[in-house]
Design a protein around this ligand. Structure first.
Ligand code: 5GP
Length: 178
């Protein structure tokens, strides 16, 4: 079986992490890329597992050295996909999953023509708002910024190869695996 590069995007709070966690249990030959970010770790997050937490200077260097497959600014922080680990994984036949925002997804599609772009939508807008508000890890200002962004992100769904509605995790996971 050939290795695929799959990009999962969707508005903040749509439940991308839960879908990925479940999908990876059933996809042994798939690696979830670990991004670099200038965002501070949230409680419980681990360097090298959730993200590589880097300084602004380090991130700028990574861009200058062409170490990132894509990168984007989101809610005041920069996020990017380290290129080498993705390429190494694909080379040895292991599929790669990227969980990134939309501007980054577009860059991946432009560079890697065979990448498969999947967009995860909430069942309803109200559902998304309540999930974002329930998260509780962000300040009110941060949350408002994320909601505004989510609204923009929802409009980008048409760019993607496949749109999945996260109404029921099992069903979405099955579609993603397929
Ligand atoms: P969070 O701060 O909630 O972990 O992530 C914020 C947003 O950044 C999410 O939409 C997430 O998918 C996105 N993101 C995470 N890593 C990357 C990356 O490497 N590149 C891009 N473009 N977006 C990312």
């Amino acid at each position: 079986m050939s290795a695929h590069l799959v990009v999962l995007s969707g508005p903040s709070g749509v439940g991308k992490s839960s879908v990925i966690r479940e999908a990876l249990k059933e996809l042994p030959n798939t690696w979830l890329s670990v991004s670099a970010t200038t965002r501070a770790p949230r409680p419980g997050e681990v360097h090298g597992e959730n993200y590589f937490y880097v300084s602004q200077e380090e991130f700028t260097d990574m861009i200058a050295n062409d170490e990132l497959l894509e990168w984007a600014e989101f809610a005041g922080n920069r996020y990017g996909t380290p290129r080498k680990a993705v390429e190494d994984s694909l080379r040895v036949g292991k599929s790669v999953l990227l969980e990134i925002e939309i501007a980054g997804a577009k860059q991946v599609k432009a560079k890697v023509l065979e990448a498969i772009l999947v967009f995860l939508e909430p069942p309803t807008w109200e559902e998304l708002v309540s999930r974002l508000e329930g998260r509780g890890t962000d300040s009110p200002e941060r949350r408002a910024a994320r909601l505004a962004l989510a609204q923009e992100e929802m409009a980008a769904a048409s760019f993607f190869d496949k749109v999945l509605i996260n109404d029921q995790v099992d069903g979405v996971v099955a579609s993603l695996i397929e």
